[in-house]
Write a protein that binds this ligand. Structure first.
Ligand SMILES: [Zn+2]
Length: 411
């Protein structure tokens, strides 16, 4: 393996500066932001310029102000036509960032100092995008001996509900045999991460005058009992579970809302809960956990029995778990060994990524590895280590080669 030339490094840094300076704050999180459109168009032009077939894909979203679109680049490697045995590898990165409000550095100036590039999205995850593009440019310029189809998928909305990757998967136009998601992992190979489920519990009691609470059914008190049970009963149970890469599951109360007036016993209280799931936990299982706590509360006193608890699942995303012997994991492990001269030690991550959606329901075995650090993501002084971006270029290019070479060797 020959590490990237100075010109490749220069290209990667120039590109990273350029894309960090384009504001692509998620418009679902900040309605005044311009969204990903300018970045998406820029990336489409850049991919065309370096020799990829590039296009955009509209992402249907009820965002009144701005058009949302993914950018997809396609590169046929090794010449020849695509046949049934041609494998496809996807490099996936989200273009959106979280809002820049409250940042303590210029959010879109892309200042480089002491080996770090500063700005919103530098770690999460424009460093990954720049490395993907620079790796694709290397591959497009070289005369590779294997054949394969490389897809670059730059997507909208990951920081909210993952509209972009959802569109990629739902359209069935971009099927792949493996995917690398370039979220910041400090260039560690992540094979697993947690999923999540959002629950709402609406507690309906009966209003009464504050002077005679016994004539009502206090919805706030019932909701508080549930919060208490989560704390004293559920959390200790969850902390005994363990997944070798992601640890134990978590739960917390995200919102609470209820009450009418000082002197009225509340007839309604709503709790919103977030449950972070580990690989192997089923959606029904985590639903039943909450349902059982509610049953317990209802069995404890008369007022709770006469209250109504409406439990609903509002949104959920599966955890990620990819086996180390999947071809994509195998390719990255081999190239990791070449680039770092040590064996990759797979990690798990607490946060969710599009890799899980690509894996299921997308059916594309996916792993996560990228430059930058999750402890920089979303921070007021977000930065990325430029040297990591350069290393990522080598790692990605070599992973692509390993993936297609191994596929050819198998066929
Ligand atoms: Zn991210």
């Amino acid at each position: 393996l020959s590490p990237s030339s100075q010109s490749t490094k220069d290209y990667a840094l120039r590109l990273l500066k350029r894309i960090v300076s384009i504001n692509s704050v998620n418009p679902e999180m900040d309605p005044d932001s311009p969204g990903e459109l300018e970045l998406s168009n820029f990336l489409k032009d850049e991919l065309s310029r370096i020799g990829l077939e590039a296009r955009t894909q509209r992402v249907p979203l009820k965002s009144r102000k701005v058009r949302r679109q993914n950018t997809i680049g396609r590169l046929r490697l090794g010449g020849g036509r695509k046949t049934k045995s041609t494998k496809t590898l996807m490099l996936n990165g989200h273009m959106d960032t979280v809002p820049s409000e409250g940042m303590k550095i210029p959010a879109f100036k892309a200042v480089v100092r002491n080996g770090f590039l500063y700005g919103r999205g530098s770690s999460d995850m424009k460093g990954g995008i720049a490395s993907f593009v620079a790796a694709a440019k290397l591959l497009a310029e070289s005369d590779e001996k294997f054949s394969g189809e490389l897809l670059l998928a730059f997507v909208t909305g990951e920081e909210y509900l993952s509209s972009g990757t959802e569109s990629i998967v739902q359209s069935h136009k971009y099927q792949a045999d493996g995917a690398i998601v370039g979220e910041p992992t400090d260039l560690k190979l992540a094979l697993a991460h947690k999923g999540f489920t959002w629950f709402e519990v609406e507690v309906l009691g009966r209003a009464a005058h504050g002077s005679v609470p016994e004539e009502g059914v206090d919805a706030i008190e019932r909701a508080a009992k549930l919060v208490q049970k989560i704390e004293t009963s559920l959390k200790p149970t969850l902390s005994k579970k363990n997944h070798p890469l992601v640890g134990y599951p978590r739960i917390h109360t995200s919102w609470i809302e209820g009450g009418r007036a000082w002197n009225i016993i509340a007839d309604r209280c709503v709790l919103k809960l977030e449950r972070r799931t580990i690989p192997g936990e089923s959606s029904n299982e985590v639903y039943d956990e909450i349902k059982n706590l509610i049953e317990e509360i209802r069995s404890e006193d008369k007022a709770s029995r006469s209250a109504q608890f409406k439990l609903s699942r509002l949104f959920e995303r599966d955890p990620l778990e990819t086996k180390a012997n999947e071809p994509i994991a195998h390719a990255v492990i081999s190239s990791y060994q070449k680039v770092f001269r040590i064996k990759a030690t797979p990690i798990g991550m607490p946060y969710w990524t599009d890799a899980a959606y690509l894996s299921k329901p997308g059916g594309v075995p996916s792993i996560v590895i990228g430059p930058g650090s999750v402890s920089e993501a979303h921070t007021a002084g977000e930065k990325v280590d430029v040297a990591q971006v350069y290393t990522a270029v080598d790692l990605y290019a070599e992973s692509v080669r390993e993936f297609f070479r191994a596929a050819e060797a198998r066929s």
